[in-house]
Design a protein around this ligand. Structure first.
Ligand SMILES: Cc1cc2nc3c(=O)[nH]c(=O)nc-3n(C[C@H](O)[C@H](O)[C@H](O)COP(=O)(O)OP(=O)(O)OC[C@H]3O[C@@H](n4cnc5c(N)ncnc54)[C@H](O)[C@@H]3O)c2cc1C
Length: 431
């Protein structure tokens, strides 16, 4: 694949943001190649909801009918504290083409994007290809890629591990780092993060329940913790409980690639008990019986944004550039817009002679928007219409609202809350 040929755009990382960006570039007639260090797409639901604006974006890219066919429509988000329902977001009141949320497990979304990508000749994900270095030579980016292959070790009982089969060099006009939370592209460019407050660890459970689960997302405050319920497809649901201090043991931010069921000897009892205790203490209104726990993990999320989104010929989008609470599904949803915007700008640069500086403006705008979303340059203020509960808990609410841009502002207004700049830095137009 990479023998001695020039690539217009190399995308590193085939998560949802990389796949969608590849699709947008291919549609824009740009020659794109996409690699991923892993052997296949994610196998779990992770960022499992698409925001209304994301639905518009996907529809523009011809994916609307397919996501609507397989997703689950949700019209409200309820806010709870103990037994009490304190507030509600009504998506139907949004001025939007698709005024609702669509639950779609990330694994299904990634599969759909990869399928669509395969419709373009010569664009397919090169799994098992890991970026290991970038050099900037004569206005090009030379990427070193390690092709990984499974090797068996051990005698009698072999164990399998991935090893570098060979290293390749790819010569790209542009490189996009959509390589997730531990982005090598970001590190190779020497870009640090700006942090906004403490990280938070969540115990995540995906379960099958008896009977129908509530058909809305719920944000559940309990003491100092913020927790989230999302119905999935059928009678499955996702619970994310903030744990403070983090429990010892598994704390993995790696995406699972094997679909597995956690209920196995011994392990299942502990996990089931932990879930029952969380439910009893934090969500006493949840009446469904847990039939099976498909998957559970503790995972830490930072509140941070890269100090730059890139420079010159190398740019970041998605989790490689930012992370926030998982409850509002903001990082992936906004990341898709970033990928789409970069794809549009690269078309202008590569096909319409636009100056490369347009990417700098993109980076500055993205940084300002995230600084605002993370509350670095903005505060959430309570207006007269806010209930005492919303006013008191407003600091916890911003990252839990599954929306961005003008929809985020409109939904916050339903709670009597408003985002205001906290100091003189100019507030960005929201994405
Ligand atoms: C356990 C868990 C639970 C989560 N729960 C939620 C949730 O409830 N809500 C929510 O909003 N988000 C959640 N997330 C986060 C969500 O999955 C991310 O926001 C989303 O995946 C970001 O998409 P992305 O395309 O930017 O990056 P990713 O999906 O992380 O994709 C990056 C890709 O880059 C590849 N890669 C990395 N390094 C290299 C390299 N050197 N060379 C080549 N490829 C490379 C990786 O293999 C990966 O496939 C969760 C994540 C985890 C792990």
């Amino acid at each position: 694949m990479f023998r001695e040929h020039e690539i217009e755009v190399l995308i590193t990382g085939a998560g949802p943001v990389g796949l969608f960006t590849a699709l947008a570039l291919a549609e824009n007639g740009i020659q794109v190649e996409i690699i991923d260090a892993e052997w296949r797409a994610a196998a779990q639901s992770y960022a499992c909801a698409l925001h209304p604006r994301t639905l518009e974006l996907l529809d523009r890219r011809g994916l609307g009918s397919e996501v609507f066919k397989i997703g689950r429509r949700i019209d409200t988000v309820g806010f709870y504290d103990g037994h009490t329902r304190h507030a509600e977001l009504r998506f139907a009141d949004l001025n939007a083409a698709f005024p609702f949320l669509l639950v779609l497990p990330q694994c299904a979304f990634e599969r759909l994007l990869e399928d669509h990508l395969s419709k373009y000749d010569r664009v397919r994900v090169e799994w098992n290809h890991r970026l290991s270095n970038l050099e900037f030579v004569d206005g090009r980016v030379v990427a070193t890629l390690d092709k990984l292959a499974e090797t068996a070790k051990g005698y009698i009982v072999p164990t399998f591990e991935w090893a570098v089969e060979k290293s390749l060099r790819a010569n790209a006009s542009y490189v996009l780092g959509t390589d997730g939370h531990d982005s090598l592209v970001r590190r190779l460019m020497g870009i640090d993060y700006e942090y906004a407050g403490e990280s938070a660890t969540f115990a995540v459970f995906e379960c099958e329940c008896s009977g129908e689960v509530p058909n809305e997302a719920r944000i559940v405050l309990h003491g100092t913790t913020v927790n989230g319920f999302w119905p999935l497809l059928g009678n499955r649901c996702r619970w994310s409980f903030q744990i403070s201090p983090p429990r010892l043991g598994d704390d993995s931010h790696e995406k699972e690639r094997t679909a597995f069921v956690i209920e196995r000897d011994g392990l299942d009892d502990d996990v089931r008990q932990a879930l029952q205790t969380f439910l009893r203490e934090r969500a006493p209104w949840f009446e469904n019986e847990i039939l099976e726990i498909d998957w559970s993990v503790d995972v830490q999320f930072e509140n941070r944004v890269a100090k730059r989104f890139g420079s010159d010929r190398c740019w970041l989008a998605g989790d490689s550039a930012h992370q926030t609470s998982p409850l509002g599904m903001q990082s992936m949803n906004v990341g898709l817009f970033e990928g789409d915007a970069i794809a549009g700008l690269l078309k202008k640069i590569l096909r319409e002679d636009a100056p490369i500086d347009v990417l700098e403006a993109f980076g500055e705008e993205r940084l300002r928007d995230w600084q605002r979303l993370l509350g670095i340059t903005a505060n959430l203020e309570a207006t007269e219409g806010a209930s005492a509960w919303c006013a008191a808990n407003r600091a916890k609410i911003l990252s839990c609202v599954p929306a961005s841009g003008i929809h985020l502002e409109a939904l916050l207004r339903q709670l009597g809350l408003s985002i205001r700049p906290s100091f003189s830095k100019p507030a960005a137009l929201p994405v």
